[in-house]
Design a protein around this ligand. Sequence first.
Ligand code: BTN
Length: 238
Amino acid sequence: MKYIFLEEIDSTNKYAKENINSIEDKTVIYTNKQTAGRGRLQRSWNYLGANNIYASIVLKPGKVMKENYSNLTQYLCVVMSELFEEYSLVPKIKWPNDIQINGKKISGILAEGVVRKNSLDGIVLGFGVNLNTSDNLLNMINQPATSLNIETGLEIDKEKFLNQLINKFFLLYDKFIEEGFLLIKDDYIRRAGFLNNIISVRVFDKEITGLAAGITDNGALRLIENNNEHILLVGDIL
Ligand code: BTN
């Protein structure tokens, strides 16, 4: 495992993708200042100051894309939730990979694959975690958001949190690559706050409302809409 620290960069994901061939497997890139952070579904990720995490893990599990790789965001979500629980918090996962505390988003994950000539050069698993912010800063965000210092009343040591998270991530990473979502299915479901509720999900430009009936063995959402079952692999709960 290796760390690359950049004082300032437009986006750690973009940097990792552009330099994928010279970056070793299991390298963590992180920055103090991210000026053009990207989120899922073409959104942006706000910069909330240097004491928060803006990082990307470069992974090179193999040249051929496997289904398990697309569940890496959910794996990171479970690992991160476990770490928040060490602070006596109760994180809830919002499918597929947001974490909320007391109904407010505290972190975001964006995975991007780099494929060239049918060969997978690497996976960039980017994540942002709000560690130290203020109500004023959080008001800039267009959805309810929180941070670890606000939830715990403690100032959070960024390097320490990042190290703990990365160590936890690599503890079962190789096993996860072998076994896939089933390895974490129970841990994911235990924290899935949306299950058994009526929810609306945006899938590309469509909106589906129905009962969140379950999570499949490969991490997809089972949504029941008027007796029709949708198995959703991508989407966003509204
Ligand atoms: C989301 O919730 O939409 C995902 C947000 C992911 C943000 C992180 S911050 C570090 C990395 N670099 C980026 O440009 N985005 C991810």
